[in-house]
Design a protein around this ligand. Structure first.
Ligand code: BG6
Length: 465
């Protein structure tokens, strides 16, 4: 394949504050919801006591080691790094009126370091965490006041970094709240659907207000949404399965529909009626929602199937997001079904639906790595996964889809979100740390490091179809 990827295509990787930074209480940082989930987003929610262990407290110590890590990203040729700002470094409890200067200063240093290498930051305002103070004292996103707190936070960072950051995202995988409400909207597990959708509504309004604030403060910036691209195929061509896939895909596309089109889609009326959900939506909310995103971003790891057959659905209960397994696909060690062509399909599907530029801001293979006797790490499985997905990105570009860039997930090993383990590694760069927190934190280049370097330097030409 030759020069399919456009000249301005952004190549890089994506990380998130709570999975890399560590330093969880340094320089005035407050506790975030992530700090209360030492076993990951599906694990127990625990109050913090001194001496408790959480791998995320130190994570990979990016807070102190970022210059070295950014140098390695630059060595691979990154033109973009997706990071998130920990809201709790800026507003430790979430409801303060004045920001924490030490937290702001940290991200100044981080963005300056990226600028030294010409790496563009793509910054997520909230990646799977919010100030625990807002949850404890205000009821998280269940409370309308959280919109104002978020807007204050967003305006603060837009003002501060207006000359350093031109690409922004609002909420990471905003549709995740339907599966994990504590992580997404700061509501207790087991919350009822009406409460979850009301909190989601507040978050959607907050996202739209951030879009408006970004356009006001940084006119030459672009701001996008971020969805978990959980594409669902019908398990069979039975019309009932096809209809079920329409319904279940709409569960997550609903977020994009609001964020891209600026209003609730018609199909939600029936859904809300059947689920007895009556939302408190003000006239001002409707106006706010009209501030729509400039581009759409999403994560893509796998696809799944849906079925109208109860027995199939029952079998899927134990799987992530309750997806029915696809008999034609293989799975990763963690049971995530690998589907490179699904990425081409999804890119085309989203572009057909929205006609907006798309950005793949997460994709990758979590796998156990083995260090050979000579110290090398030959992660051919990761190279294959990424190669096959990038080939499909190229196909989608040839299909006519406007793709802004690709930041693969975890270019350096980090703490996983779902189970807070580091043995599920995504990186091109190995980090010497285990799930119990042992290790020197030393960094080491894997075979995939050199592979990605040549992918970027050849602008994708060396990918193998
Ligand atoms: C996405 C999240 O869901 O998937 C990331 O945005 C996460 O935060 C990634 O790390 C991979 O999931 P996991 O559980 O393997 O870390």
């Amino acid at each position: 394949m030759s020069s399919i990827f456009p000249e301005h295509f952004l190549w890089g990787g994506a990380i998130a504050a709570n999975q890399v930074e560590g330093a969880y209480l340094d320089d005035g940082k407050g506790l975030s919801t992530s700090d209360l989930q030492p076993q990951g987003i599906f694990g127990d929610i625990k109050a913090r006591h001194s001496g408790d262990f959480s791998l995320k407290d130190v994570a990979i110590d990016f807070y102190h080691r970022y210059p070295q890590d950014i140098a390695l990203f630059a060595e691979m040729g990154f033109s973009c790094l997706r990071v998130s700002i920990a809201w709790t470094r800026i507003f430790p409890q979430g409801d303060e009126t004045q920001p924490n200067e030490a937290g702001l200063a940290f991200y100044d240093r981080l963005f300056d370091e990226l600028a030294r290498y010409g790496i563009q930051p793509l910054v997520t305002l909230s990646h799977y965490e919010m100030p625990y103070g807002l949850v404890q004292n205000h009821g998280g996103w269940g409370n309308r006041q959280t919109i104002d707190c978020f807007e204050r936070y967003a305006r603060t960072v837009f003002q501060r970094y207006q000359h350093k950051v031109k690409l922004w995202l609002t909420f990471n995988e905003i549709n995740m709240s339907l599966h994990e409400p504590f992580t997404g909207v700061g509501l207790a597990r087991g919350s009822e659907l009406p409460a979850i959708y009301q909190a989601i509504h507040h978050q959607l309004v907050a996202s739209a207000r951030a879009v408006k604030a970004c356009h006001d403060i940084i006119p030459d910036a672009r701001i996008g949404n971020m969805m978990l691209g959980a594409l669902l195929y019908p398990l069979t061509c039975k019309p009932q399965d096809v209809m079920e896939s329409l319904h279940q895909n709409r569960e997550w596309l609903f977020f994009g529909d609001v964020q891209v089109r600026g209003a609730y889609p018609a199909y939600m009326r029936r859904f809300f009626k059947e689920k007895n959900i009556t939302l408190d939506i003000t006239e001002q909310d409707r106006l706010d929602l009209q501030s729509t995103v400039d581009f759409i971003s999403f994560s893509y790891y796998m696809t799944g199937c849906v079925s109208a057959d109860e027995a199939e659905v029952e079998k899927a209960r134990a799987n992530i997001l309750n997806m029915v397994p696809n008999p034609y696909l293989e799975s990763s060690e963690w049971g995530w079904q690998i589907d490179p062509e699904g990425l081409r399909y999804l890119l085309n599907f989203l572009y057909d639906r929205y006609q907006k530029p798309l950005f793949i801001v997460e994709n990758g293979l979590g796998a156990r790595d083995n260090i050979e006797a000579d110290g090398s790490i030959n992660d051919d499985y990761r190279i294959k996964y990424l190669n096959d997905h990038l080939v499909q990105v190229g196909e989608a570009i040839e299909d006519g889809v406007d793709v802004l860039g690709y930041t693969c997930w975890g270019p350096i090993d980090l703490v996983s979100a779902s189970k807070a383990e580091i043995s599920k590694r995504y990186g091109f760069i190995y980090v010497d740390r285990d799930d119990q927190g042992n290790g020197s934190l030393e960094r080491k280049r894997k075979k995939s490091f050199f592979w990605y370097q040549s992918v970027i330097s050849s602008k994708g030409d060396m990918l193998k179809k």
